[in-house]
Write a protein that binds this ligand. Structure first.
Ligand code: SF4
Length: 84
């Protein structure tokens, strides 16, 4: 069991990309970050609802979902710093 290791220290903003060809339709991402991912009602594959979750709970959940994806179909990287 992984637990929520990030409790008390939330992730910075991230940029996400999903590979629907790799997706196995397990739904782990939807269970872990329901505001960020959904599943296609037709083929069960991942749908990316928010490619740029802001810092905080959504980014934390998105990072966790990427780590849990059994197909390695979710790529996550740190969002670039905003322009000043
Ligand atoms: S956790 Fe991975 S394999 Fe499962 S639905 Fe999400 S992207 Fe697809």
């Amino acid at each position: 069991m992984t637990g929520r290791k990030a409790a008390g220290r939330e992730a910075a903003a991230v940029v996400l990309r999903v590979d629907r060809d790799r997706c196995a339709g397990s739904g782990m991402c939807v269970l872990t970050a329901p505001g960020v991912f959904d599943q296609d009602a037709g083929d069960g594959r991942v749908l990316l609802l928010d490619a740029r979750p802001p810092a905080g709970p959504a980014a934390t959940a998105a990072r966790e979902a990427a780590g849990l994806c059994p197909a390695g179909a979710i790529a996550v990287r740190a969002a670039p710093a905003p322009d000043r």
